[in-house]
Design a protein around this ligand. Sequence first.
Ligand code: PLP
Length: 410
Amino acid sequence: MNALDLDKLRREFPALAATDCVFLDNAGGSQVLTRVADRVRDYLLTSSVQLGASYAPSQRAGEKVLAARRAVAELINAPHDDEVVMGGATTSLMFMLTQALMPGIVAGDEIIVTNSDHEANIGGWMRLREAGAVIKVWEVNRDSLALELDDLDRLLSPRLKWLAMTHASNILGSVNPVEEVARRVHAVGGRVCVDAVAYAPHRLVDVQACGADVVVFSFYKVFGPHYAVMWVQRELLLSLPSLNHYFIGPEVLPYKLQPGNVNYELSYGCIGIHDYLCHIGRSLGVQGSNRVLMQAAFDAFEIQEDLIAERLLGWLRERRNVRIIGQPYAAGRTRVPTISFVVAGMLSETIVRHVDGHGIGIRYGDFYAKRLIEALELQAYGGVVRVSMAHYNTLPEIDRLIRALDEVIE
Ligand SMILES: Cc1ncc(COP(=O)(O)O)c(C=O)c1O
């Protein structure tokens, strides 16, 4: 297998060359591929007609939007492309899901949420209390910083309807054992909803292998536009009521959960993500199906990400006053390169503002995982400093960050 050609792949992201800024806030939003932007532009300038008419341009535009759905289905390994619901953001798709589930909730139904998720995968579930649901919280272990399976077992019961969890934490960077959780939840008759937002930029999503019933993530973290996808297992999706007009029935997949329809040009743009991943796979000398090519791309990304993450983690481990909020080592496939830390006696904001002055984009705060920051009692720091890397980041960029951090951290 060839090595990842970083110089070449960075040229796929024009913003990386257009400014001297080092982008290390990728878990907030990644840079966008030319392949994506070109498709959005192409759609707008050649295909802006309403879909569903019989005239040829409308038919052609409809085919482009369907091709986008097929590309996204392949990207996530959905068995059927009509299980692919697209919408503006993960947060809005989650609210859509919980609203669709609301009429099916009966008093006493149990729902497990974690206290380490982004609020997008907590708040909507909490609202199901209005329908009589009982919410239980799977709390992160304060020592191991992990969601421990033993703790989960104590929460499981035959009344469990849903468990909502994140595949990777947007603060801790840890990859959670979703497959094993899904096995245990299914064994008691429940279903699993997975937030894959912080996972999808670093590992190839496989909705079938992960065992979940619903998987949601946002494309603007995965080199694409501000847009999102929610995969819902087919029988489950069919069982949900329509949130669309009265004449669009529950059998109309996935349109029933896409009121107002999808954004055509952004959908079309997402094909660019699929193209890019396959292109990287091919450039590594790999041959095979598109999924094989995409997997090869992510395998190569993981090697690069571990390298740059370990550079920063190694430096942080040596600092007396630094507490890494997450696993302190990169190796082992159990973390993504989203690295959070606090410094004794310092506000996280002070560190980030200093780094801003060096033309390096990192950030501080709770990242909407407010319950996690509270559980770990990190409010006094103003939240954590978070450095979130993508595969296109380089060792010289991390060294530049370390030099900037070295000026403010003992
Ligand atoms: C882990 C995680 N889940 C959900 C979201 C929300 O995504 P969106 O902005 O698409 O609603 C974010 C955004 O930062 C996130 O990091």
